[in-house]
Design a protein around this ligand. Structure first.
Ligand SMILES: [Zn+2]
Ligand SMILES: [Zn+2]
Length: 163
């Protein structure tokens, strides 16, 4: 009888989740036409191709993560870093946040960082619910709201979240 306590070695190491086929944000490089302003081992920041404000940056994790729906409590640190990175690059930024699907053009997590003044379209496209707790029914969630929701153990949803 063949008996072995050894498991076959992994045939192939789990591929990094980055470079997901067809995901444009998995391929953000200067060569691909992105206006990269900052990058490190974890994050990349670049100017939005269609700026909706005087300053409009996107900060993304290098590793593929879907949308805000995929975020959990374990991502609080990452979202906090994304926010801090955005503020460091754009000290005058007044609005930092995420689209909520289906109002998201690219399904690779990206933080929008806006420095005013906004364009008319920009004001419409990124409404932040500012009364009371939580993000309300808006389709845009600020970085602080996202962090608070995740810290409470809840998930970000399209509907109103209490916190
Ligand atoms: Zn991606
Ligand atoms: Zn977006």
């Amino acid at each position: 009888m063949h008996f072995s306590c050894f498991k076959d070695p992994d045939p192939e190491p789990e591929p990094l989740l980055s470079n997901r086929t067809g995901c444009v944000f998995c391929n953000v490089t200067h060569d691909k036409g992105f206006d990269v302003v900052y990058e490190d081992a974890e994050l990349i920041a670049f100017r939005d191709r269609w700026p909706r404000a005087a300053g409009h940056l996107l900060v993304i994790p290098r590793t593929h993560l879907g949308t805000v729906f995929d975020l959990r409590a374990e991502h609080v640190e990452l979202v906090t870093r994304m926010k801090e990175c955005g503020l460091a690059l754009a000290p005058g930024a007044t609005k930092l946040g995420f689209h909520i699907p289906p109002f998201s053009s690219v399904h690779h997590l990206h933080l929008h960082v806006f420095t005013p003044p906004f364009t008319a379209l920009g004001r419409m496209m990124y409404p932040v619910h500012s009364r009371g707790h939580g993000k309300g029914w808006s389709w845009f969630v600020s970085a602080d709201q996202a962090i608070a929701i995740l810290q409470s153990g809840a998930r970000i949803r399209l509907g109103a979240s209490k916190r």
